[in-house]
Design a protein around this ligand. Sequence first.
Ligand code: PBG
Length: 321
Amino acid sequence: MRRNRSADWVRRLTSESCLSTNDLIWPMFVQEGYSEHTPVPSMPGVERLSIDLAVEATGQAKALGIPAVAIFPVTPPELKTPDGKEATNSDNLVCRTVRAIKERHDDIGVICDVALDPYTTHGQDGIVRNGKIVNDETVEVLCQQAFIQATAGCDIIAPSDMMDGRIGAIRAALDAENLQDVGLLAYSAKYASAFYGPFRDAVGSAQNLGTADKRTYQMNPANTDEAMREVELDIAEGADMVMVKPGMPYLDIVRRVKETFGVPTFAYQVSGEYAMLRGAADQGWLDWDKVILESLVSFKRAGADGVLTYAALEIAKLLRA
Ligand code: PBG
């Protein structure tokens, strides 16, 4: 077995998986203001950027060959309401960011999340009635949210809310408005995970959510058959791409989805995964460059076509070096 490992050239020749810049999607946090950037304490190295800086950063991503960015807004607390209506304001932070990015850079993909949690006072992804997250009423709002984001110039709508039937409803809503070219990346197998903690700090929804959780709509981490049903439904409803989230603790799901359905399959290396690797590296316990590349190759080995990662810029630079 060691002959094929004996030199760099033969290791490269026999490598089964290959990570490239084409595999990266860079999630970024945007905030109000001008020329402002605020660090996220639980995600060292990650900053929330005002629109002008987000446009500039998107230019860097493009120059490095990263195919797409995903935008997440930090909504000012005074704009949060129980119904999250700021989500459907066509002049909200996300829409202004998308327009600004598209004005300067039309040849990089822009992905927008669809879910109400950045906008609600309770931090849930949907509308709450009598303590329950109501499905169909939420889906109607999500359709409007998708519509305004698509109209702002977003290329791919990525519903992360886990309501039932939202992919089909959003597809129909976009088609009815002549937005057939806008794609859908479904967060299909999205688990109720504690690994999202730092993200909720970053967008400021952690205080809103408090001790509540999202287990009535996000998936039980113990399940895998259920993930297959979620993916199957989303494909049937019109998803162009599907996603598994979180990433590294769920590579078995990535493998099974890719093998079963053979559709473009993405994985999200979520905030908590980033924080674990970065935190250990900052302590000097892990070699950052090596572990981040190894983690990304593992996604590829599991069958992912691409990975959303907060380290996308750094990885692209490492791959170029
Ligand atoms: C919003 C959303 C979340 C993430 C992406 N979109 C948080 C959640 O569902 O609570 C998490 C991303 C990350 O942890 O990096 N629905």
